[in-house]
Each structure stands twice: as C-alpha cells, then as structure tokens.
Design a protein around this ligand. Structure first.
Ligand SMILES: Nc1ncnc2c1ncn2[C@@H]1O[C@H](COP(=O)(O)OP(=O)(O)OP(=O)(O)O)[C@@H](O)[C@H]1O
Length: 249
C-alpha cells in the first residue's frame, strides 16, 4: 500500500460558512509535512474529511490510494490524533488502548509497546480522566501508533506538552518519518515545524496558499534561507486571516 494522503479539490460548507474551497495536496512518505494556517483556515475540517468524519460537498480524499471508509482495519493504515480529549475518563490508559486494540484485533502486547513508546508505561493503570493535556496527547499518540500505520495525521500534537514532551514529540515525528511513513502535522508553532518539517502546506480561508518544501519557501521569502518559517507564513497569510488580532504582530 502507498503511504500517502491525497486530497483533491475538496469543498466543504457548514451552512453559509465555506470551510474548504477547493483544497488539493498530497502528503508523501519519508518526511514530515507541516499543515498550517490561521484559525478557521480549514485544517481540522480537511483532516476530518480524510478520516470520513465529515462528508465533503465535492472532491475526494484518499489514504494510500483509497477512501478511508473502504479500509478494513483502518488503524493499520492511518493513525490519527484529532482531539486528545476524546476518551472515556473512567478508563485507565491501558484499558482505553486495550478497548481500541480489541476492536481491531491487535494483541494486548502491542498496547504495552505503544504505552512505553509514548512514555506512559508508569501511568498505564491511572484513569485517563485525571491526565493532563500533555499526557492525553501522549495517549492519543499511543493510540495512533497502535496499528503501526504507514500514514500518520496529527492535529496540534505539541499542544499541552511540557518542554521535555516537546523534545520527545520532535524526536518521535522525525523517527516516524525516517522509517518511511507519511506524517501530516498541523501546528501553530512555526518554530517547531521549522525543526521537523521538510514540506509545508499553508492554508487560508479554505484554500491552499502554498504547497512546497520548507527550503523553497524560505528561499522565496525576504530574508531567504536565513529567514524563519514564521516570516514566510506571515507573508503568505496576511490577507487570509479570519481573526486578524490573533496573528497581528
Ligand atoms: N461542525 C462545524 N459546524 C459549523 N462550522 C464549522 C464546523 N467545523 C468547522 N466549522 C467552520 O469551518 C471553518 C474551518 O474550521 P476548521 O476547524 O477546519 O479550521 P482550522 O484551520 O482547523 O482552525 P483552528 O486553527 O482554529 O483549529 C471555520 O470557519 C469553522 O468555524
């Protein structure tokens, strides 16, 4: 199976709100692709469409060349972190993952492996409801890794992580990409993405503003390769900001 996410001319409306207005891009294996844009640009909607959680009004979204809903054991194809809060608070971290693993026919041994990989080995029996946001993010990552998928799609994985967690996440994303996986990561933290992403897709108001390598993007920005991804981002999104105050500098 190809390790790719391909979205093609996606359109999505919520009532009178246009969330996606013709979004197309491909996420390829072997590197981290950063997915960035102002609040309301359409990043989460795109990810939800890829996972079949939202139906587009037009366009297609494929994982490994096929629609998500046709995948027989989806967690072995794509691991996703969309909403780290979406868990049953009274379940322990381990039971949360066991429940997921059971639904897809994975062995309990795999649950313990991903708990260790996510740095949750010591708290595996604690109730997830008492977890900090950073620990929930780690649990979400463990769930995403459960099926050893060739494609990963992570919405704001750095949210709530402490400095040690940020360094850990950076290393993990790099490793997953180096293993040949396709890794799509949305983040508002440009400095983090500059560390880890080789490719970037920038969206604004439901449209793709740039789909390029980070080095090409920097070369085309005033300041050149010495500049920052943040400067390139602001130059591109200046006119596409929904809530201007939030990115004004
Ligand atoms: N379920 C929904 N019902 C109504 N409108 C929605 C819904 N989901 C998203 N939208 C709207 O669609 C647009 C795109 O939202 P989306 O959450 O995809 O943006 P985003 O880029 O992920 O933003 P953020 O950076 O704030 O997470 C916004 O205007 C948002 O208000």
């Amino acid at each position: 199976m190809e390790s790719t996410i391909e979205v093609s001319d996606l359109h999505k409306r919520y009532g009178r709100t246009v969330a996606l207005d013709g979004v197309s891009f491909t996420v390829r294996p072997g590197h981290v692709t950063g997915f960035v844009g102002p609040n309301g640009a359409g990043k989460s909607t795109t990810m939800r469409v890829v996972l079949g959680l939202a139906a587009p009004n037009a366009g297609t979204a494929l994982v490994g060349g096929v629609p998500y809903r046709t995948l027989r054991r989806p967690l072995t194809h794509v691991g996703a972190l969309l909403d780290a809060g979406a868990l049953q608070p009274s379940r322990s971290a381990r039971n949360h993952l066991l429940w997921l693993a059971h639904s897809q026919g994975f062995a309990a041994r795999r649950v313990d492996e991903v708990l260790e990989q996510a740095g949750l080995g010591e708290v595996r029996r604690r109730k997830a409801g008492g977890f900090s946001l950073g620990m929930r993010q780690r649990l979400g990552i463990a769930a995403a890794l459960l099926g050893d998928p060739p494609v990963l799609m992570l919405d704001e994985p750095f949210n709530g992580l402490d400095p040690e967690g940020i360094v850990w996440m950076r290393g993990l994303l790099g490793t997953l990409a180096a293993e040949g996986r396709a890794v799509l990561v949305s983040s508002h933290l440009m400095s983090e993405l500059q560390h880890i992403a080789a490719h970037v897709v920038i969206v604004g108001r439901g449209r793709v503003l740039a789909d390029t390598t980070v080095s090409e993007l920097l070369a085309a920005t005033p300041g050149g390769s010495a500049g920052s991804l943040e400067d390139a981002y602001f130059a591109l999104t200046r006119d596409a900001v929904e809530f201007r105050g939030e990115v004004a500098r």
